[in-house]
Design a protein around this ligand. Structure first.
Ligand code: NAD
Length: 498
């Protein structure tokens, strides 16, 4: 794919503000464009020694560098400049990310906007942080301040690299911490440019270091490194469990944003036109690769036939195509193995007796690229694998329910608990659902909209901890309690007896 922006021939690490020159040997991984299946770059994997160099750089920047010692205003100015530079480079970042992920470019432009907002928001959160004072202990003043926690290991997935990695970085560095970021080995291209842009915006060297490579090599070395103080991870549930176990050996706290299999409840009292739009976007936007997808669509029996018929009809009209085209609604899946995995669920569905309503195959006319038609199946029951496992593609699973009690029970019958959607006009139904659904975020009569200030994270196996204004302060800062007598206070005088 020819474009107007430069793609590095070799993606290496970026440590202490400078790209790491490739050595004469090392493990190389191809970087593939999923729309054309062509190799667009090569990733030189960071081994344990390179990870060590990155952590040391972050350590130096934290222990002796300007970043944690700067005035809040000075740090805020740099975070605002990062916001402005990201905005100014939207086209370049979107193009690079599109090339490497296959996400529709119009979608990525929005995500770059969100990345810019992440820096703006957490600059504001950090600069308005408050302390506490206690005067209950007579004769003493006790005050509580917050300090940055140290060096973060930040690990990001491939499904929305700029949006998700920027959230990890912004929440960490805004409070004066430093970090080492490890993006997914499948999608390193936009990440390298993003970290370069942080430095062009004036971020001091060593505050954000980038290492690239596989999770089992680069990621594992990073999490296990003794110089790391905390781990921020966005990715799959099994990986999250492995990371938390590894971090637990050194008692490093973790924030984990993990997978989902979220219910989208369609109640007959809803505005069904809006519910239909919401259900389609909930599963087919971002190429179906999103943690917060409404992948289990629960429709009440009385409206099910008509709703499913309309969903399938619209799904078939979704514009599949070149992700660089602003009109494209569904691009290719991110890489070949992932397409194979998602396709394998079509066989799983058939073997379980589910009805394949539409899709389930590579679209005709696409000789190249990891494309999959928007797919929908009607499952027999919620115990089936297509209802219990995260498929992470443009693959909707329908279930039919009778009562709202049954819908809520089905929605909660999952190991996950990231989000839930409810479409209903009946206020009692809305209030019941919002109270009883076991998920970190409930969206009522709306698609996925992120209020970035509010806590975001999962119940159960969808995560540990929350991103958000208050929650990120809790995770990324340490509280320090200082007690001072307001006047000289009596002290025991050991050894003073005559
Ligand atoms: P993944 O778990 O395979 O990989 C995520 C990252 O972890 C990658 O950078 C990978 O290299 C790294 N990694 C893998 N093994 C590691 C190890 N042992 N030690 C350290 N790092 C390791 O996830 P993915 O396939 O890239 O992303 C898709 C998953 O992410 C889905 O399950 C999705 O639901 C989830 N996700 C969650 C959220 C959220 O906010 N809850 C957002 C986006 C994606």
């Amino acid at each position: 794919m020819n474009g107007s922006f430069r793609v590095p021939e070799l993606v290496t690490s970026l440590i202490d503000g400078a790209p790491v020159p490739p050595g004469s040997d090392g493990h190389d991984l191809p970087v593939i464009c999923p729309a054309t299946e062509e190799r667009v770059s090569v990733l030189r994997e960071a081994d344990a020694a390179e990870v060590d160099a990155a952590v040391r750089a972050a350590r130096r920047a934290f222990d002796a560098g300007p970043w944690p010692r700067m005035t809040l205003e000075a740090r805020k100015d740099i975070l605002y400049r990062i916001r402005d530079v990201l905005r100014a480079r939207t086209e370049e970042l979107a193009w690079l990310e599109c090339l490497n992920t296959g996400l529709p470019i119009a979608r990525i432009r929005e995500q770059v906007g969100r990345a810019a907002r992440n820096f703006e928001l957490f600059a504001e959160v950090a600069s308005t942080m408050k302390g506490e004072t206690y005067t209950g202990l007579e004769g003493y003043l006790t005050y509580v301040t917050r300090e940055p926690k140290g060096v973060g290991a930040l690990i990001a997935p491939w499904n929305a690299p700029i949006a998700l990695a920027s959230m990890r970085v912004a929440t960490c560095i805004a409070f004066g911490n430093t970090c080492v970021l490890k993006p997914s080995e499948y999608t390193p291209v936009s990440m390298l440019r993003m970290v370069e842009l942080f430095h062009e915006a004036g971020l001091p060297a060593g505050v954000v270091n980038l290492v690239n490579g596989r999770g089992s090599v680069t990621g594992a070395a990073l999490v296990a490194h003794p110089g790391i103080d905390m781990v921020g991870f966005t990715g799959g549930t099994h990986t999250g469990a492995a990371i938390m176990a590894a971090a637990g050996r050194h008692l490093k706290p973790c924030i984990l944003e993990l997978g989902g299999k979220s219910a989208n409840i369609i109640h007959p009292s809803a505005d069904l036109d809006r519910a239909l739009d919401g259900a389609l976007a909930g599963i087919y936007s971002n190429n179906g690769q999103q943690c917060l997808a409404g992948s289990r669509i629960l429709v009440q029996r009385g409206i099910a036939d008509e709703f499913i018929r309309r969903f399938v009809e619209r799904g078939r009209r979704i514009r599949i195509g070149d992700p660089m085209d602003s009109a494209t609604e569904l691009g290719p899946l991110a890489f070949a193995d992932h397409l194979r995995r998602v396709l394998s669920y079509v066989d799983v569905a058939r073997a379980e007796g589910a009805e394949v309503l539409t899709g389930g195959r590579r679209p005709p006319g696409f000789g190249r690229g990891y494309y999959l038609e928007p797919t929908a199946v009607l499952a027999r029951d919620n115990a089936s694998r297509v209802c219990q496992e995260e498929i992470f593609g443009p693959f909707a699973t329908f279930l039919v329910y009778d009562t709202i009690d049954e819908a809520i029970a089905i929605a909660n019958d999952t190991p996950f608990g990231l989000v839930a959607y409810v479409w209903a006009g009946d206020l009692d139904v809305v209030m019941r659902a919002s109270r009883e659904l076991k998920a970190g975020t409930i969206w009522v009569n709306t698609g996925m909209v992120r209020e970035l200030r509010a806590p975001f994270g999962g119940y159960r196996q969808s995560g540990v901890g929350r991103d958000g204004a208050t929650s990120s302060v809790e995770f990324f800062t340490e509280q320090k309690t200082t007690t001072i007598p307001v006047a000289p206070a009596p002290l025991p005088r050991l050894g003073s007896a005559q």
